[in-house]
Structures are given as C-alpha cells and as structure tokens.
Design a binder for this molecule. Structure first.
Ligand SMILES: C[S@@+](CC[C@H](N)C(=O)[O-])C[C@H]1O[C@@H](n2cnc3c(N)ncnc32)[C@H](O)[C@@H]1O
Length: 299
C-alpha cells in the first residue's frame, strides 16, 4: 500500500493484492492521520535507538515483499499501515482473535516472551491481562518496534521491546514461563518456524507453555485463494505444514491446536518437566520423583 504523499514507497507487481486490496484498504485508512504519525517520528533516531547492531537479517526477511511492500518490514510504511490494515483481516474481530491466545495462558506467569511481536498489539494485551508479569516483545523490524514502543508509552504500560531474531534471541535459557507468537509463522519459511520453535524451547523453563496464534492450516489447504490474496510469500508452504508436528519435533508435549473462527488457529504445548529419577513403586508401577509423596521414601 503506497502512501501517495510524504516519502512514497514503491510497488512493482500488479498482484491481486495491489489491484484490489490495496485500493480498498486505502479507502478505509485515514491517510492524513497516517501521514501525521509518519511525520511526527524521527525515524532515523528512533530506529537507531532500538536497533541492535549485532543483529543480522536472515535472507528471507530482507528479500521478501511481505504484503507487496518493498523491503518488507524494514520499511516505515509497513510499520505505520500495519495496525490500520490488521483490524480488517482478523474475522470475526481482531481483539476477539487475539484474546483467544491471552485467555489460554495457564496460571500466573512471571515472564512472557512475545516473539515476532510487530507493533505490539498482543504484547500490550498480555501486559494488561498480567500486570505483575515481566512482558518482553522481540522483533526483527526496528520500524515495527518503534510503533510498539509508542503504543506502550501511550498506554502507560511497562513492556520491554527488543530487536532480535526469534531464531537466535541471545536470551537466557529456561528464563521464560510463556513464549508466544501471533501471526508470525505464516510469514516465515517452515525451516525458520522450526528454528524459532527450537529457540523458544531453549529459552522456556521446563513446564512452561508455548502459544501460537496464526492462520488456520486446514483452511489454507482447502481455500486456495487465501494463499494469494494477502501477498504472503510463505503462506502456501505454511499451510501445507503442520504446527503440531513442528512443536513435537522441537520437544514440546501436550500439543493441541483448535480453530479460531475459520481463518485462524491456536496451538498450545508445554516444555516437559525433567524426569529426575525414575523409580519403581512397590506395586511394580513406574513412577518419577515428581509424583512421589513428600514423606515416603521408595523401598
Ligand atoms: C504479521 S507480523 C505479526 C506481528 C504481531 N505479532 C501481530 O500479531 O500483529 C509478523 C512479524 O514477525 C516479524 N518477524 C518475522 N521473522 C522474524 C524473526 N525471525 N524474528 C523476529 N521477528 C520476525 C516481522 O518483523 C513482523 O513484525
């Protein structure tokens, strides 16, 4: 979607998205307000402040035209148009769809990591729901993170946003109770999604929970036009894949996926607790030290 004034971005192809959706979204968006936001930000200073100079961008990320936008998410226009467009593409309603993930979190986590957090919409919902929790959002796009930080500041929510690759976060292992991602995996090659799951497993404490809200893979396999309409370079590969299997391969257990309306799905799983000592009870049943009574010593 090109902003027609200010610093324009260029699009080259005449895809379904360019022909139909871009003009439609163009009508729905308040362009003057977007330009006001765009011009109110010192992008060089703000992206420079959040960008981690040690981050290297994976090839798929630098070369793909996500949503038909040159430079994908490394582009100011992608960052400022993201929220105004996203509100229209999550039926039956953006907040309802995102809440399915927030509502599925078990217990009261101490630390939550939201990978591929983008402009931070889910990240802020997590902080609102768990005000005592340390919530961290991580994304590869400094531009998206600038928008996320502004939203957090406006909402007076204390959330940490960091620039990084979800495949190699550099965060401590076993340090988060919950890792989640919304709308991330349909934007990555499956090999990247799998690498992100391995890294999520590493940074999550044993017993921790992972939650993935994304496109409904079954629907994508059966409704072909969904794979072309949004100009998502990897959505077809994503739809052919199986998040449940990917979670299992990464080491997660109790894997479950449910449909969220017909367009999205929510997958949840847990990192197994360590089996510290397998013992045999007096009845000959196998057990572990985790489920032994506190006072009884095995014979
Ligand atoms: C469709 S947006 C989703 C943003 C946000 N989670 C939401 O629900 O609105 C996908 C985001 O994933 C980010 N992303 C893609 N690959 C990534 C990676 N390897 N590491 C971190 N972020 C990544 C993009 O920069 C983009 O902000």
């Amino acid at each position: 979607m090109s902003m027609r004034s200010g610093k324009p971005m260029t699009t080259q192809s005449k895809s379904l998205f360019d022909q139909f959706l871009a003009p439609l979204f163009g009508q729905l968006m308040d362009k003057e307000e977007l330009l006001r936001v765009r011009n109110s930000i010192d992008w060089d200073a703000e992206t420079g402040a959040i960008a981690n100079p040690h981050v290297t961008y994976p090839d798929y990320y630098q070369t793909s035209r996500f949503h038909g936008i040159d430079n994908g998410y490394l582009n100011i226009d992608a960052a400022i148009t993201y929220d105004p467009i996203t509100q229209y593409v999550l039926p039956p309603g953006e907040t309802w769809v995102r809440e399915s993930l927030v509502n599925a979190i078990q217990g009261s986590p101490r630390r939550i990591l939201d990978v591929g957090c983008g402009t931070g919409t889910t990240t802020l919902m997590l902080k609102r729901r768990f005000p005592q929790t340390e919530v961290v959002g991580l994304d590869l796009s400094p531009h998206m993170l600038v928008m996320a930080q502004r939203k957090a500041r406006d909402a007076r929510l204390d959330v940490t946003f960091c620039h990084g690759d979800a495949m190699a976060t550099g965060l401590d292992e076993d340090s988060f109770d919950v890792v989640c991602a919304t709308l991330l995996f349909h934007e990555t090659p499956p090999s990247v999604a799998k690498a992100i799951l391995r890294e999520s497993f590493r940074v999550m404490r044993p017993g921790g929970q992972i939650l993935l809200l994304d496109g409904n893979q079954q629907t994508l396999r059966t409704v072909d036009w969904l794979n072309t309409i949004f100009e998502e370079p990897f959505i077809r590969e994503y739809g052919q894949g199986n998040v449940d299997a990917w979670l299992g391969h990464a080491g997660f257990e109790t894997v479950r996926t449910e449909a969220i309306f017909w367009l999205n799905q929510l997958s949840t799983a847990q990192k197994p607790l360590p089996v510290s000592a397998a013992v045999t009870t007096s009845h000959g049943q196998s057990s572990t030290s985790d489920d032994l009574p506190m006072t009884a010593a095995p014979a």
